[in-house]
Design a protein around this ligand. Sequence first.
Ligand code: NDP
Length: 237
Amino acid sequence: MTDFSAKTALVIGGSRGIGAAIVRRLAAGGAAVTFSYAGAAEAAQALAAETGGKAVRSDAADRDAVIDLVAEAGPLDILVVNAGVLVLGDPLEQDADAVDRMLDVNIRAPYHAAVEAARRMPDNGRIIFIGSTNGDRIPFAGGAAYALTKSAIQGLTRGLARDFGARGITVNAVQPGPTDTDMNPGDGPMKDFMHTFMAIKRHARPEEIAGMVAYLAGPEAGVVTGALHTIDGGFGA
Ligand code: NDP
């Protein structure tokens, strides 16, 4: 277990799924963890009680709210931007407002959160985005807008690694494949279809994704930066 004692962390989108597993992992290592959520107040309060973390309601689609959240939680040693939404469908039929909201949550929030965090982050801080294997590969129809958001995370990761590297701040993306959460249940109707693309034909557990985040947030990953860390059971192999 990596030691995160004396570290201050913020997980944007931490109430459920992968984000909640990250909150648990950082808190178990001794970090002082703040996490945000948009709607799942009950889950957020339960997680705060369980981990000793601090839950803050803050909509990642709202740029000013994102910037305020980061400023108030800092100075941060560790920023994890996990909040994400998945809107699939025929681009000719999709609700343009829903697509734009996804762009706000999945692209704008990571950008503004990272920049705000870097203003006061000490040297050797950690910025970690949760992207997706779909940033590399979208092997079915209906995922263009979602794939766009996760490909954007790749460019953001590479660029910010250059911007903040002189201060020892690392910037990385973790790219999960199918992971058992409310967004993509391991026993859901898409399960068998998704497993056809995978070498290891099962959904990941959120804790497995959190393990990779913990490595990147920890002291052994000091020269790991500008990189995309895919953990997808071979979905993109
Ligand atoms: P879930 O839908 O299970 O959980 C999403 C989390 O993000 C919740 O805590 C939710 O909070 C929070 N969130 C969503 N929208 C907002 C918002 N506007 N403001 C603040 N918080 C928000 O998703 P997953 O855990 O599955 O996904 C987490 C990340 O991993 C996402 O970026 C997703 O794209 C990515 N991912 C997931 C994969 C999977 O198979 N599950 C595969 C590849 C990538 P609240 O409950 O309050 O809404």
